[in-house]
Ligand binder design. Structure first.
Ligand code: NIG
Length: 445
């Protein structure tokens, strides 16, 4: 396999886990950011990085012309498997309507009607958009099917795309909303029947295709007790836990996620001091390497790379490590919600990730650069904190050690900016600053 030397790197954000400062988690140390640097990729993996003046011999050389290089974004929360849009709902919201979970039903109807080929083409188009913006690791969820047949179809599609190397992680979100046919009226089944379906037949059908289970724990969706049943059933089926929590109010989702050892709780807009403390208290829970290839949907090459260095292994165990507080800045803006208190979470010592939450209802963008700029400009994160949250934070939320950084042994996922310094991401918000994207050592654009 050809080795490639990249030169002309004004800033190289390696975020090497071995150089973490335990006293300052969630940010980037001086040693994790190199200036005037070079990097070698060998067989899709980072093989070396160091000063530009000390480069080793390689087969090929590429001059990046004095640009900043980051790890590709790790987007740990998206809902890409859908048809139709909800522009009219968005417009009404901008005119004063509140967001309510019921809109999920509109997308569910449109998605159920889509042909397999159409759905696949739509998802692939959305992945391409995300990659064009610098995203190189992408999770996505089912959740707009809500029947055994349609959830299974979405899970199969996601797992195929994981196997083909287009997606990285697949999540079962049958507990997104109780569908209309379970409204309990006129002899029809009710919410409890739907929970029984999700935790029974639907879970058994979907679990072989995904690594994660998620639940929307919120008024209008699933209460904490129902959510707990969903999560426990998922854990029993061998899945890692994720939670949509505290988006619209103090739903109890955060306490549930922290208590059950979920890998991530996402949204976190409405937090009590106890919620922040509970998340911070999980930060010291150690991760450990997965004992096998992990997900049934594991991508080729994602097994342990370097057993001596746990943090550059592929998948980490889903049942160990912190509950990451995943903030979704684009969603907060698009729903005019109070911004998630990312500053307070970091100050308290919680692990924080930034994700796009790309979906047609609350956040119809996959632009992680936009989310990072918003986190800096509106959530009061430093640039280094925001970059860490959108790379290493997302990787931790997905229990992935091989992505989100550019240490030796990492997957060679690079986001080359059309700027000499990464601060341009927030300094020039909304500008097209992605110059090139490399995934596993292969240029994507
Ligand atoms: O993460 N909150 C629940 N699920 C999505 C929204 C889905 C929708 O409204 O279509 C979210 O924001």
């Amino acid at each position: 396999m050809t080795s490639i030397l990249l030169t002309g790197i004004s800033e190289l954000w390696t975020l090497d886990p071995e150089l973490d400062d335990p006293a300052s988690p969630g940010t980037v140390t001086d040693d994790q950011l190199r200036h005037d640097a070079a990097l070698v990729i060998d067989d899709g993996i980072v093989a070396w990085s160091g000063p530009a003046a000390e480069t080793p011999p390689t087969d090929q050389r590429v001059d990046l012309g004095g640009r900043a290089v980051l790890p590709g974004w790790v987007d740990s929360h998206s809902h890409l498997i859908f048809d139709g849009d909800r522009a009219a709902e968005f417009e009404a919201r901008m005119a004063g309507e509140a967001y309510a979970a019921g809109g999920i039903g509109v997308t569910t109807s449109a998605t159920r009607s889509a042909t397999d080929d159409r759905l696949r083409a739509l998802v692939r188009g959305r992945i391409a958009e995300a990659v064009a913006g610098g995203t190189t690791t992408l999770e996505t969820k089912t959740g707009y099917g809500l029947t055994v047949e349609h959830e299974l179809r979405a899970a199969r599609l996601a797992s195929e795309l994981v196997r083909e190397g287009e997606l990285d992680e697949a999540t079962f979100l049958g507990a997104h909303l109780v569908p209309a046919e379970f409204d309990g009226r006129e002899g029809r089944p009710g919410a409890e029947d739907y929970v029984a379906l999700v935790t029974g037949e639907m879970l058994f059908a979907v679990a072989p295709h995904v690594r994660w289970i998620d639940v929307f724990c919120e008024e209008g969706a699933f209460d904490p007790e129902q959510s707990e049943r969903v999560l426990r059933a998922g854990a029993e089926a061998g899945l890692g836990l994720r939670v949509h929590g505290n988006q619209l109010g103090r739903s109890g989702g955060v306490a549930l996620a922290a208590g059950l050892g979920a890998a991530s709780v996402d949204h976190v807009n409405h937090l009590s001091a106890a919620d922040v403390e509970a998340l911070a208290a999980t930060a010291s829970r150690p991760t450990r390497p997965a004992t096998s290839s992990g997900s049934p949907a594991a991508a080729p090459g994602s097994t342990v790379i370097s057993p001596g260095r746990a943090d550059v292994s592929g998948r980490l165990a889903v049942d160990a490590g912190p509950t990451v507080a995943t903030v979704l800045p684009a969603c907060d803006l698009s729903t005019r919600a109070p911004l998630a208190p990312a500053r307070d979470l970091l100050d308290a010592g919680a692990a924080v990730a930034i994700a796009s939450n790309c979906n047609p209802g609350t956040s119809y963008t996959s632009s992680m650069s936009f989310c990072v700029a918003t986190a800096v400009l509106q959530m009061r994160l430093s640039l280094a904190e925001a970059i860490h949250a959108a790379t290493r934070g997302g990787a931790l939320a997905l229990r992935r050690g091989d992505v989100g950084h550019l240490a030796v042994g990492a997957r060679a996922d690079l986001h080359v900016l059309d700027a000499p310094a990464a601060i341009h991401l927030a300094y020039r918000p909304g500008m097209p600053l992605t110059h090139e994207v490399w995934r596993a050592g292969v240029p994507q654009r």
